[in-house]
Design a binder for this molecule. Structure first.
Ligand code: FAD
Length: 531
């Protein structure tokens, strides 16, 4: 195939035109991608709809595509040997307006407008409202879709009601699938296997490149079959570098109607996220190892518009609102560096920790409570999970009878630590904390003074990527140069961007993945074939 020649030709044309005169003056739009000539490509296989990614958004897109046109050949391809992406290891709890469970507890005054308001409080103006509205309006339809496709809900939640009010939500509306993400993925896969003969799900297939023709339409992809992801790299993103991971056999898939990119976040790609935000290089991540940046790189390479790449969401192993009861110190100096309350702004606290870690070669900062602080935890269950060492990466809390024992454990200088604790206690007594932490929110826990003491290495975990490829309300990808939807290209779930902005509200990734998954699948199946 002489694809490379034609690519070079188009790239050259685009660059020289831009160098001579502004693109608009020529009445042209310079393509941001290297166009492929379909007649020169030796296709190995063809299909109507190709969904890349087998998480919640991908499985829902595949089901909707197959149901929309039962004659369409739908293929789901995932690079990993274990299907399900981060969805598989997630709780996938979900905000639903108007569910039977919500009505059963007497909440009948909730509305999609209220949910939108809650989401936008966190979004801080960064979101694209037309997208947020699609997610907020679609929750009941999604809940019913999941039930119709086998997902059950956990009635043990919320004292047996099945519904709970989570932080940032103005109404009790969040529901939990039974068995979390693992069961959701299993149920959706099972549904396909039993009811949809036109869906095939494949493992170990890496999407390397998205191919567009001269008119800009997506016509197919270059993949590697029998790809092997190597979990041993320090930066898992190395797997996206073809010079480092050469595994697999190159194949070209012709995609006649629609490509759906449901490839999730890029949280595990240290270099990629560190380039965006320097301090992020050292953040831990809760996502599956395969959440690297190869898919977003392929989308950018094909001229999909990337947005919000510098926005991200942290999760802590303990509730953010329970950090305030203690003090966060640099283990080398014993000094505090942040207001541990910080209006419960998880991003601000997380960034302060990561920035402090950059001054101590990536070592962990330490959160210290005394007994009063521990007693104030609003979520005692999570406190005890941490005490039992069951809170995942860096989630363990240790108990110490004396401050000396605590200092010894973290290799800290006890005199520096004591001096800084004394300073905190004195300033707090006068409500004059050097970081403006308000005494009023601390109830009685205004000093570190009552043994025993508790401490943990608090590291923010990168949990969700708000950034990705920009979409329209129809889940179409947007061309970075023309700003127009790209024919034959759809993006959904965490791989897409625009719905949430500054911070995604809790229990809302599910509604974005599911609603835009349905929209993307349906529209891909309805797209006019290019051959
Ligand atoms: C521990 C944890 C708990 C969470 N809890 C909740 C919660 O309770 N509620 C909530 O709303 N959100 C929660 N979230 C967020 C939510 O789970 C995710 O945002 C969501 O599951 C993402 O789904 P997805 O389908 O977009 O991507 P994923 O489920 O990550 O699937 C993407 C798939 O694409 C594949 N892929 C990527 N690149 C390529 C490529 N180049 N070629 C082929 N395949 C590729 C990946 O291997 C992966 O399988 C949680 C996240 C985590 C990590």
């Amino acid at each position: 195939m002489s694809e490379n020649n034609s690519r070079r030709h188009f790239l050259k044309m685009g660059l020289s035109a831009a160098a001579i005169a502004p693109v608009s003056a020529l009445g042209l739009s310079s393509p941001a991608y290297a166009a492929a000539n379909p007649s020169e490509i030796q296709w190995d296989e063809e299909m109507d709809v190709l969904v890349i990614g087998s998480g919640m958004s991908g499985m829902i897109a595949a089901i909707r595509a197959a149901e929309t046109d039962t004659n369409a050949k739908v293929v789901v391809a995932d690079k990993m040997s274990r299907l399900g992406g981060s969805s598989l290891i997630s709780g996938l709890n979900m905000a639903v307006v108007g569910s039977d469970l919500q009505k059963n507890i007497g909440v009948i005054d909730d509305s999609w407008e209220l949910l939108l308001k809650d989401i936008e409080r966190e979004a801080k103006g960064y979101n694209h409202r037309e997208l947020t509205e699609v997610a907020a309006k679609g929750t009941l339809k999604l809940y019913n879709f999941l039930k119709e496709h086998g997902v059950e809900y956990d009635m043990s939640i919320g004292n047996g009601t099945g519904v709970k009010k989570l932080g940032g939500h103005s109404k009790p509306r969040c529901v939990w699938p039974k068995g979390g993400g693992t069961e959701v993925i299993k149920k959706l896969q099972g549904y396909c296997a039993q009811n949809l003969a036109n869906v095939e799900v494949r493992k170990k297939i890496l999407l390397d490149e998205i191919l567009r023709n001269e008119q800009g339409r997506v016509i197919g992809v270059k993949v590697r079959e029998k790809y092997r992801f190597n979990r041993k790299h320090d930066d898992l993103g190395d797997n996206d570098n073809p010079a480092i991971n050469k595994s697999g056999t190159v194949k070209y898939y012709k995609v006649k109607r629609g490509l759906v990119m449901a490839t999730g976040g890029y949280n595990q790609d240290r270099k990629f996220r560190g380039d965006e935000v320097g301090a992020m290089y050292n953040a831990a991540s809760t996502t599956q190892p395969g959440a690297t940046a190869g898919a977003i790189k392929a989308m950018v390479n094909a001229g999909f518009k990337p947005i919000h790449m510098t926005l991200f969401r942290f999760a802590f192993p303990i509730p953010t609102e329970d950090i305030r009861w203690g003090i966060l110190v640099n283990p080398r100096t014993g000094e505090r560096f942040v207001d541990e309350y910080n209006h419960n702004d998880r991003q601000a606290i997380g960034m302060a920790i990561l920035e402090e870690r950059r001054h101590i070669d990536g070592e962990h900062t330490v959160l210290i409570y005394d007994q009063k602080g521990a007693d104030h935890y609003h979520d005692q269950q999570r406190f005890h999970l941490s005490m039992d060492g069951k809170n995942g990466i860096n989630g363990t809390i240790w108990k110490f009878e004396t401050l000396q024992a605590l200092a010894d454990n973290f290799n800290m200088d006890i005199s520096l630590l004591k001096a800084n604790i004394d300073k905190y206690n004195t300033n707090m007594e006068r409500d004059q904390d050097e970081f403006h932490k308000p005494k009023s929110v601390l109830k009685g826990a205004t000093s570190i003074s009552q043994a025993p003491y508790y401490a943990m290495q608090l590291n923010p975990r990168y949990n969700y990527a708000q950034g990705g490829a920009m979409i329209t309300p129809n889940a179409e990808a947007v061309d970075v140069v023309t700003g127009e939807p790209i024919e034959g290209a759809f993006v959904c779930g965490e791989a897409s961007a625009g719905t949430y902005g500054y911070i995604r509200l809790t229990a809302c990734s599910t509604i974005d993945c599911g609603t835009f998954g349905m929209v993307a699948g349906e529209n891909a199946a309805k797209a006019t074939p290019w051959v």
